[in-house]
Ligand binder design. Sequence first.
Ligand SMILES: NC(=O)c1ccc[n+]([C@@H]2O[C@H](COP(=O)([O-])OP(=O)(O)OC[C@H]3O[C@@H](n4cnc5c(N)ncnc54)[C@H](OP(=O)(O)O)[C@@H]3O)[C@@H](O)[C@H]2O)c1
Length: 385
Amino acid sequence: MCISFSPTYKNLIEYFDSPDPIGSTTVYKSKPSVSYSMVKQMAKVFVNGYGNIGRRLASALSRDNEISLLGIAKYTIDEQILKDLKNKFDIYVPENLALKYKSSIAGSIEEAVSASDLVLDAAKEGEGYSNKIRFYQPLRKPAIFQGGEERHGDRAVAKMIHNSRVNYDEASGKQYVIQGSCNVSGMGKVMQPLMESFGDEIQRYDVTLVRRWADLEDSKEVTDSIQWDKNPHHQEDVKDFIPYANLYVEAFKVPSRMMHLHQMIVRFRSKAPTRDRILDLFNKEFAVAILNSAKGTADVRMKAIELGFEHGDTNMVHIHQDVLRVQEETLKIVYSDDQTGLVIPENHLLLQSMILRRPRSEAVKRTDKLFRISDKKRLLEREFA
Ligand SMILES: NC(=O)c1ccc[n+]([C@@H]2O[C@H](COP(=O)([O-])OP(=O)(O)OC[C@H]3O[C@@H](n4cnc5c(N)ncnc54)[C@H](OP(=O)(O)O)[C@@H]3O)[C@@H](O)[C@H]2O)c1
């Protein structure tokens, strides 16, 4: 089953009536109309890959008036795709297709990379490495890779995995960085505040990732099975940016398209903090909502669609207060993780660190305005009070 939806902003606009200083929330365009002096300062960004992640990156960046979105790459192309995309973005294709479609495209991928200040690589898992070797390295272009790429071994694309809550500043000026995957980003968002507040009082973290099988937009079938993962990469990925955590991760894939659900069991050396203290801690966190009455991941996803959130994304993790438990030395946290939406503001933050070298507090403000995360958080918390 593939559920299709076309989000509108009607409901969202009813809730948020303040003008957005960053850009309109409804218009997709690759070249915002701006003065020459602004153009001079705008960072030129190319989105290489237009799947579930690439299309979200492109629509977000097209609303950011300090970014000049050069366009997007399409590897599979036909007249219908060109027609659908033509008024949204400039399209770049591999060299071997450029001649055939020359009247409808802006150029080749190599030309786009060459003209950009930064590439957001959103290739299907594993292709980022070939892109790096073929385009980014020879043309000396910085690039952000996605969580499906390798951090170690022969096909490693970067020496760093970014999590905006943990190591934003370290990405400043770097040439290549991987944005952690959705599961890895979610774990970092929950673990880091706990580490900062309780540090050595915590003995270990045991996390069970219940992973969705496919995304809502995917055409691939969802298999009726619960599949285990012999060696979940998520554990090592999180340790890349939180190296001292005593962390153990198990991952199971379940037949769902909605969201991931994580259960994190945190063992303290002595009595665990109270529920109220934990909730207070997360209440202050950016892109972490605290919900009380959702019954499952589909409730949260369908609410986001009903409320007209762009792409049906909440762009955050949601701690489910009704199943948060404290028992003697043990804290159990259950949170849902918006698989497609969470990493998009993370990429936006990362690019601000890499090429704009902006302090984190300012970057968070801009990202919050662009994605309306704090507004969405308040709204979801009200809906699931
Ligand atoms: N989906 C998620 O929830 C999610 C969440 C976090 C991170 N990620 C990571 O984000 C990355 C992309 O995932 P996705 O879900 O967006 O995949 P996807 O929907 O399968 O899309 C991948 C896209 O890559 C394009 N492509 C093919 N060859 C390419 C190349 N050499 N260079 C660039 N693009 C190429 C394809 O374009 P055509 O359609 O034109 O053939 C396709 O649309 C992966 O590393 C994944 O692990 C995914």
